[in-house]
Design a protein. Sequence first.
Length: 302
Amino acid sequence: MKIDRLIGILSVLLQQEKVTAPYLAEKFEVSRRTVNRDIEDLCKAGIPLVTTQGSGGGISIMEGYKLEKTLLTSSEMQAILTGLKSLDSVAGTSRYRQLMDKLDVRSTTLASNSHILIDLSSYYKTTLAPKIEKIQDAIENRRYIAFRYYAPKGESVRKIEPCLLVFQWASWYVRGYCPDRKDYRLFKLNRMLELEVLPEQFAEREAEPYELPADSAYDRHIPVKAVFAPEMRWRLIEEYGADCFEEQEDKRLLFRFDFADEENIFSWILSFGDKAELLEPAGLRSRLHDIAGKIFEKYNDR
């Protein structure tokens, strides 16, 4: 986009004393004629640029003209770079680092405040990264995507108009408009197989804003009460916070939380082995007893 290129050229001129038109043309992958027109537009915008011919000539900002050395402060630029690096970690590329290089951001500007590292890479990187690349391409070109989706309610083949890649709840999702459901849906990338970008384009539509706080992600309607061994304190704090339990006189931890799904309750409680006991709801306690009995039978080979 032209406005992006103009900002990029201005950023380069702020960082370097003088540059040539061929240098800018190569950096921004345009012709010298386009660069010359961009220089004229910057001058019309009130930024006095000077061009000199011959050996050692080039384009520069008029001497004595007061302009901030960068359009952003060092801390602001560091925050941007940290975010862009985190996106590179998803696919293991340098796509966003190269974007910063186009703006000619010097490493010395950022080294003094490089104390945050965000790594969004996944254990499933080899399968996740290609999906993200495909979906990005589909969003940019307004193309449908089709995939086989595996959800708790079963397996299905879906086709959507992708509009947003979302990293939330420690996982990657794609949000898109589903023509069959006539509404927007959120799909977890790790549950998608046979992902395909279709040649068919969809009409541009005004997407609904995506605002979904974590607390409203699931309909938590099952109040759970359980006790845990003291040595499980670290895990309760990590997964649900320090306010989710009360320490009892016998040092056991009384846990209370609302869950959305019964199967999730069972799998979570069982993952603690003999370090947890489900107290309520009574009906689920009875069902958990039956599940434990079947597990015992399966492994009771005496």
